[in-house]
Design a protein around this ligand. Sequence first.
Ligand code: ATP
Length: 202
Amino acid sequence: AKYIVGLTGGIGSGKTTVANLFAELGITLVDADIVAREVVALGSSGLEQIKAHFGDKICLASGELNRAALREIIFSDKSQLEWLNNLLHPLIRQTMLQQVQIADSEYVILVVPLLFENGLDRLVNTTLVVDVSPELQVSRTSQRDNVAPTQVEHIINSQISREKRLQQADAVINNQGELAELQSQVALLHDKYLAQASLYET
Ligand code: ATP
């Protein structure tokens, strides 16, 4: 089995930025957000099951999932939300682990925004948290997505608290500073993970 590093952090903390630095060092990334789209892509068994449950009206003319329509249903009906989660969560989990096992790097970075919230930390060998202040989360995210600061604050409040996330972290990358300061932190962790992965056999 592969040695898996679970990378997480709040919205706009810099997960993608950090993950890309590991990728530059040759490490394979498996991204939960990408997998979550793949399992309901056109032609997937996930999409077929959603269609069988909600009817063809859940699709756009193109045959792709109508996310807005699905969101509306599950927003107003808890039992449908539960049905969808019961379908998607195991599917996402399995697909992530498949991608991990076919990766050919020394270890794999699993990027999961809600790693602790969804209990996915149980799937990984070690956790890495990207940490920034809420103020920077708000300013960087609202600038990146061109959205109101209050919208970002709302999402921050729906996620696990900074304190709880840090409590559960095996390692922390501080992203308060310049992008260049990330690189040296990533390099040190990379060496540590290479050593741990080499001890972790089969
Ligand atoms: P999300 O949870 O929304 O997916 P994320 O955790 O992946 O976000 P990034 O997209 O990597 O976060 O970073 C958020 C924004 O902040 C991006 O626009 C990124 O370019 C910028 N950013 C990240 N780190 C720094 C930094 N150290 N200095 C300045 N800008 C940064």
